[in-house]
Write a protein that binds this ligand. Structure first.
Ligand code: ZN
Length: 629
């Protein structure tokens, strides 16, 4: 549950609305005079079951508790959310993208940018950089590739970069914040000394930090920028800014471990290759990749693949390299399987030949690289094969060890057919019946220490409105239906977070524009929408799915109208009693209650007709959208 849902779940809409509108019971709903238009007879309905409000009089609109407060108090979404969060006692995340912070970030980008120019110039011209140049030559990196990746050299000095950047107008504070210099006892000094420099860019192409390789026996061999306001290892992928078009085009990303592997791959035309920044893959990185490609191949070296070194054995590791307080969540095999099944990304593993890294393979024989990537195995098959190969399956105790190792991975698989497939494969190898494995699996699911994690895993528990979220996910995934999407009435969406995202989306040029315009508070919700599973559609099918979903939302609206008008009508009937219902001429047409009754009756007939018309026009043959429910 994100903060917005938390706020909504802690408040009762009847209570919030009740402070502005006098509400009376009307069946399972509450009725009152609409606070947004002038009326004598109530058309304003609050439905506590759904936590919605609705005016089917002059306004013809409705929504949730947030949109009520927005409208009533004249606030924007964030202001209303803050007011209600206060009331509900929910702490909202601090907004970090203030104007001031934006300026701070710009300065950090600029400092890194200036450092890149300095390092590049040293690499090309400085005598001291001859070792670095020789290293690149040995690794077969030509100068145009070096330029494309902005490779550089940091001189072996304590103050060279510091003094240069101070001359350029950067303060010590800024350079420390960028991770370029380190606070010293007397004065700050350069972090990177005598190293080959690999600038690291975010997906937008900003330089956010560096990887730096020692050219002698210095340790560590690779030194990275520490965690800074703009450098977050767990959410960066080396080379991604350059690789993204190829990743989209090929619908596949290949992840390697080293910077040099990425550079060599690109030099040989494999532009979809990126690296995971020294740590193993994180959830955050997979989320980012998932937006560009449905398939990811992890190229692991032979040693790492057998053990769990590449895909660390813990869900969370402490990143030991100088950022000891920085905990990076890292996926182990089970995490990978969970992610694969919940976000519908296809994770595959390619194992490199013994003793070789991707750079060796690519430089040796590009066809071998192609074969390796094409032959990559789904992560579960790979894991089962390696686990089975590591055991002597004639030994009962080793077969038992195989089951103990592999079964927990299957707890993450939600699709029963996929699970049955792997239970069968495991059963054959371990010589255990599928039924026995199945019951062991169920036991480990309910009692395992990992059970709680499973619940927290992405996609495990979803709140929110499936139809509304489907509609938004569709628009976000298929930019080619933008024109059709702009016509969708945002008031069809009852959850204000969805309505808000739709409105901002309509005003945005593209995904990037949306990201920039979207308030921080809505980011988690946007990410959930981007992670939603969708069938793959061509443009025509996507449009059909959109129209189908809109039709369902309109039908929902009409049904809600009908339910409200029925509730109003029966409430009036109750107060007037049966005598008033008979048209015996005794009732005074000016009587307020009679007028209310007649208008309620008319409206109920009107909404009934609308609903009837909608149901008749609903075509039977519609594309399956997955938005049912
Ligand atoms: Zn109204």
């Amino acid at each position: 549950m994100n903060e917005i849902e938390e706020v909504k779940s802690r408040l009762d809409i009847a209570e919030v609305v009740g402070q502005h509108v006098q509400l009376q019971k009307a069946g399972r709903s509450l009725k009152g005079l609409c606070p947004f238009h002038t009326e004598k007879t109530p058309s304003f309905i609050v439905t506590p079951d759904r936590q919605t409000w609705h005016c089917f009089g002059a306004c013809g609109t409705g929504g949730d508790v947030i949109s009520f407060v927005m409208k009533k108090e004249g606030l924007d979404f964030i202001e209303a959310l803050k007011l209600l969060a206060d009331r509900a006692g929910v702490k909202l995340p601090e907004r970090t993208r203030t104007q001031e912070n934006k300026h701070k970030y710009e300065r950090l980008y600029a400092a890194n940018e200036a450092a890149v120019s300095w390092f590049r110039q040293l690499l090309t011209d400085a005598d001291a950089a001859s070792g670095a140049r020789a290293y690149l030559e040995r690794r077969g990196i030509d100068s145009s590739t070096g330029e494309a990746f902005k490779l550089g050299y940091s001189q072996d000095s304590w103050d060279g970069l510091r003094d240069h950047l101070r001359d350029k107008g950067f303060s010590n504070e800024e350079l420390i914040a960028a991770g370029l210099i380190i606070e010293g006892e007397k004065s700050p000094y350069d972090r990177f000394r005598g190293r080959l420099m690999f600038p690291i860019q975010d997906p937008k192409g900003h330089i956010v930090g560096f990887g730096a390789r020692a050219l002698d026996d210095s340790t560590p061999k690779y030194l990275n920028t520490p965690q800074t306001a703009i450098f977050d290892k767990g959410s960066l992928l080396y080379g991604f800014d350059r690789a993204q078009p190829a990743i989209r085009l090929e619908a596949q990303a290949v992840i390697v471990e080293g910077y040099m592997d990425v550079i060599a791959a690109h030099q040989h035309g494999f532009d979809n290759v990126i690296a995971s920044m020294g740590t193993a893959l994180t959830e955050r990185q997979v989320r980012i990749l998932k937006r560009s490609a449905p398939r990811v191949v992890l190229a692991l070296d032979a040693d790492a693949a057998g053990t769990e070194a590449a895909v660390r054995g813990h869900d969370v590791i402490r990143d030991s390299a100088e950022t000891s307080e920085n905990v990076v969540p890292v996926m182990n095999w089970r995490g990978l399987v969970t992610y694969q099944s919940s976000v519908s990304i296809e994770l595959n593993v390619a194992v490199l030949p013994e003793g070789k890294d991707p750079d060796d393979v690519i430089r040796g024989d590009v066809d071998e690289w192609r074969r390796l990537v094409e032959g990559a195995q789904p992560v579960l098959d790979f894991r089962l094969d390696t686990a089975a190969n590591a055991q002597n399956l004639d030994s009962p105790s080793e077969r038992s060890a195989l089951v103990r190792e592999f079964l927990p991975l299957l707890t993450a698989v939600t699709d029963p057919i996929v699970r049955a497939h792997y239970l069968q494969r495991l059963g054959t190898r371990a010589r255990v019946s599928e039924r026995d494995l199945g019951s062991m699996l169920r036991r480990s699911r309910t009692s395992g220490p990992d059970n709680r994690e499973q619940e927290r895993s992405p996609g495990a528990i979803r709140r929110g409105d499936p139809k509304e979220e489907f509609l938004l996910a569709l628009l976000l995934r298929y930019p080619q239906i933008h024109d059709e999407g702009v016509d969708v009435t945002s008031e069809l969406l009852w959850e204000s977070e969805n309505r808000q995202i739709l409105e901002i989306w309509k005003d945005s040029e593209d995904q990037e524009g949306l990201n920039d315009a979207l308030p921080m508070e809505l980011q988690p919700h946007l990410e959930r929408l981007l992670d939603r599973r969708l069938p793959s559609y061509d443009t025509k099918e996507a449009i059909a799915a959109l129209y189908d979903c809109v039709a369902k939302l309109e039908a929902r609206q009409t049904k809600a109208d009908k339910r409200s008008s029925e509730a109003l009508l029966s409430a009036i009937e109750e107060t007037l009693g049966p005598a008033a219902m008979s048209a015996d001429g005794d009732s005074n047409p000016d009587d307020e209650q009679t007028r209310e009754f007649e208008s309620a009756l008319n409206r109920d007939m009107e909404t009934g007709l609308k609903l009837h018309a909608r149901e008749r026009s609903d075509p039977q043959t519609r594309i399956e959208t997955g938005a049912n429910g």
